[in-house]
Design a protein. Structure first.
Length: 274
C-alpha cells in the first residue's frame, strides 16, 4: 500500500467489519489512491461465503480479479458429541481452514479464469508434515470427534493442501492461466492463531518471527514470478524456497485423495443445507 506508482484495490472478507474498519483507520496509506472495501464473511458458515462471493463479484463488476488471497486459519478443539457450526457435519477448523475456502474458489472460479494471469494464494502451514497417515482424516475432522487440536489443526491444513493441489491441477489442465500456490509465513505468534487453544505461542519458540516478517513472506507469494511448472510443486516456504513434493508432502500427492477432499459446488451446498 505504500507504493506511489500503482494504485491498489482490496476487497477484504472479515467476521467483524466494524472492528476491522477501526484497525484499518490506524494504518497509514494513501487513502485517496488505494481502495479498501470490507465485506462480512464468516468462514464457519458457507451461506455467508456465498453472499460474500456475490457481493465481491458485484463490487468488481467488469474488473479483473488479480489475486485471491486465502489466509484464514483456526485452531480449536472438537468437543465429543458437539454439533458443528450451523449443524455442519464438519468441525469448525475443517470448515474455516478448508471447505469454506474451497467453496469460495468454486464461487469465484469463472472470474478467476476470465482474468488474465490471476493467482490463488493459499496460506498453508508446516504443520502439514505432522500428518503421518490419511486414514484418520475424516474421523478427526468431523464435528464432535473429540479429537485434540494438536491432531485437528495439522489434519485441517493437510486437507487444505489436498484442495490446493486439486485446484492447481484443475486450472493447469484447463489452460486458464490461473496460478495456484501454497505458502507459509512461518511461526508467527503475534497473529493470535492460538487464541482458542489451551497453549500459548511465544517469540521464545525456535523459528518464531514477528508479524511483519511473516507478512513479507506472504507478500512474496503474491509477487513471485518464478513459479515452477511442475503440477505438484506448489509450496513456497517462508524462507523463499519451493518444497520438493515427494520429499516434503508425499501423502498429499494422491490424486484420488485430492478429489475426495475437493467436493463440487452442488455437494458442498447440499451438505450445508443450501
Amino acid at each position: 500500500m505504500a507504493q506511489t506508482t500503482q494504485s491498489y484495490r482490496f476487497i477484504l472478507g472479515c467476521r467483524d467489519t466494524q472492528l476491522t474498519g477501526t484497525a484499518l483507520e490506524g494504518i497509514s496509506y494513501e487513502k485517496a489512491k488505494h481502495n479498501v472495501k470490507l465485506l462480512p464473511l464468516d468462514l464457519s458458515n458457507l451461506k455467508t461465503v456465498k453472499s460474500f462471493a456475490s457481493d465481491a463479484l458485484t463490487e468488481l463488476g467488469n474488473d479483473k480479479l488479480d489475486c485471491l488471497f486465502l489466509n484464514a486459519a483456526l485452531i480449536t478443539h472438537s468437543n465429543k458429541g458437539e454439533a458443528g457450526p450451523h449443524n455442519s457435519k464438519w468441525g469448525a477448523s475443517c470448515l474455516v481452514n478448508h471447505f469454506s475456502q474451497h467453496y469460495l474458489i468454486h464461487l469465484l472460479h469463472d472470474k478467476l479464469a476470465s482474468s488474465e494471469s490471476s493467482r490463488v494464494v493459499v496460506v498453508s502451514s508446516g504443520a502439514i508434515q505432522m500428518q503421518k497417515e490419511t486414514d484418520s482424516l475424516e474421523e478427526t475432522l468431523k464435528a464432535g470427534s473429540g479429537a485434540d487440536l494438536t491432531k485437528i489443526y495439522p489434519a485441517s491444513k493437510f486437507v487444505q493442501l489436498l484442495g490446493t493441489l486439486y485446484w492447481r491441477r484443475h486450472f493447469q489442465q484447463a489452460k486458464s492461466g490461473v496460478q495456484v500456490i501454497a505458502t507459509s509465513p512461518g511461526l508467527i505468534p503475534g497473529t493470535g492463531l492460538a487464541r482458542n487453544a489451551d497453549f500459548k505461542l511465544s517469540m521464545d519458540m525456535p523459528g518464531a518471527k514477528a508479524v511483519s516478517d511473516g507478512a513479507k513472506s506472504l507478500i512474496g507469494a503474491i509477487e513471485i514470478q518464478n513459479i515452477p511448472e511442475e503440477e505438484e510443486k506448489i509450496f513456497l516456504t517462508s524462507w523463499g524456497e519451493w518444497w520438493e513434493p515427494s520429499k516434503e508432502y508425499p501423502l498429499a500427492l494422491n490424486k484420488e485423495l485430492q478429489s475426495k477432499w475437493s467436493p463440487g459446488l452442488a455437494e458442498l451446498e447440499k451438505d450445508a443445507g443450501m
